[in-house]
Design a protein around this ligand. Structure first.
Ligand SMILES: N[C@@H](CCC[C@H](N)C(=O)O)C(=O)O
Length: 260
C-alpha cells in the first residue's frame, strides 16, 4: 500500500491517499477503510479520501465515512483535499474539482485558510419548532438550543439520527446556539456515529438555517461558526428562500504522513 497522509479541517480529520494512478480504488473495501480509520487499532480518522485524476477537472474527490462506506459530500474533506492537491504540486489560483454532489470551486487564501464553494440550497423543512432539515451536499438536522456546549451530543444526536424519519438513510445532527452574528455548533456525524470536532456541511447548514430562521430579507451574509475544533465561516446570498454563492472557509492542515 502507498504512503498515506493525514489532514484535518478544524479537527475533522481525514486519511488522504493519492490515487492519480488509479490503482487504489479497487483495493479498498469497507472493512479495510474502517480499519484504517479506527481510532485505537488504525491510523484514526473521521473519514478517508482518494484524490483521483479526472479528464475535465483538476482532480476527483472520492469520500468514505469512518465506517468504510462511501458517503455524500464532506465540506471539511473538500477543503482538506484542496490543500492535499496543493501539497502534491497541483497549483491553481482557483481549483475546480469533482465530488459526489457535483463540481466544486475552491481557493487557498493568503492566510492559509481554504474556502470551498458549496451547492445551492432551495429546500428547507422544519419538523418541529427551532429545528430545520436541509441538504448542503449531505443531509443535516439543525436544532437551535440555548447553549450547544451543554448538550449531550452523542445521546441526543444519536436518538434523532436513529428516529423513524431518518433511521434508514441516516442524518447528521447539529446542535447550534447563537444567531447570524455568530454561531456555536456541536455535531453528531452519520457514518462516524459519534460526535466529531467539526463538520463542514453541518456548519454550512447551520449558517443557512440561522438566516432562514429569522426570515432575513434578500441580501448577502457572512457568519462565523465556532466548532469544537476550530473557527469556520460561511458566506452566501439569500433571495426568497433560495441560498446560492455559498462558500465555506476555514483551516485545512497537514498533520503527518506514513506508510501503511
Ligand atoms: N464531515 C463532513 C461530513 C461527512 C459526511 C457525513 N458523515 C455524512 O455521512 O453525511 C463534513 O465536513 O461535511
Amino acid at each position: 500500500m502507498p504512503t498515506f497522509h493525514k489532514y484535518h479541517g478544524a479537527g475533522n480529520d481525514f486519511i488522504l491517499l493519492d490515487d492519480r494512478d488509479g490503482d487504489l480504488l479497487t483495493q479498498l473495501d469497507q472493512p479495510t477503510i474502517a480499519g484504517y480509520c479506527a481510532r485505537h487499532f488504525g491510523i484514526g480518522a473521521d473519514g478517508l479520501m482518494l484524490l483521483r485524476s479526472h479528464a475535465e477537472y483538476d482532480f476527483e474527490m472520492v469520500y468514505y465515512n469512518s465506517d468504510g462506506a462511501p458517503s455524500s459530500m464532506c465540506g471539511n474533506g473538500g477543503r482538506c483535499i484542496v490543500r492535499f492537491a496543493h501539497d502534491l504540486g497541483i497549483h491553481k489560483d482557483e481549483y475546480n474539482f469533482l465530488a459526489v454532489d457535483g463540481p466544486h470551486r475552491a481557493k487557498i487564501l493568503p492566510n492559509g485558510n481554504v474556502t470551498l464553494e458549496m451547492i445551492d440550497v432551495a429546500s428547507i423543512s422544519s419538523p418541529r419548532a427551532e429545528a430545520f432539515v436541509l441538504d448542503t451536499g449531505s443531509p443535516h438536522y439543525i436544532a437551535f438550543v440555548a447553549d450547544a456546549a451543554l448538550v449531550d451530543i452523542v445521546s441526543r444526536g444519536r436518538a434523532i439520527r436513529q428516529s423513524p424519519p431518518y433511521a434508514a438513510e441516516g442524518i447528521n445532527v447539529n446542535f447550534v446556539s447563537g444567531d447570524i452574528n455568530g454561531l456555536s455548533i456541536a455535531t453528531y456525524e452519520r457514518g462516524v456515529e459519534d460526535e466529531t470536532l467539526a463538520c463542514g456541511t453541518g456548519v454550512t447548514a447551520a449558517a443557512i438555517a440561522a438566516v432562514h430562521r429569522i426570515n432575513a430579507p434578500t441580501g448577502d451574509f457572512r457568519i462565523p461558526v465556532r466548532a469544537k475544533g476550530g473557527l469556520l465561516a460561511v458566506s452566501g446570498t439569500h433571495k426568497e428562500g433560495q441560498y446560492s454563492n455559498i462558500w465555506l472557509e476555514g483551516p485545512a492542515e497537514s498533520v503527518f504522513k506514513g506508510e501503511i
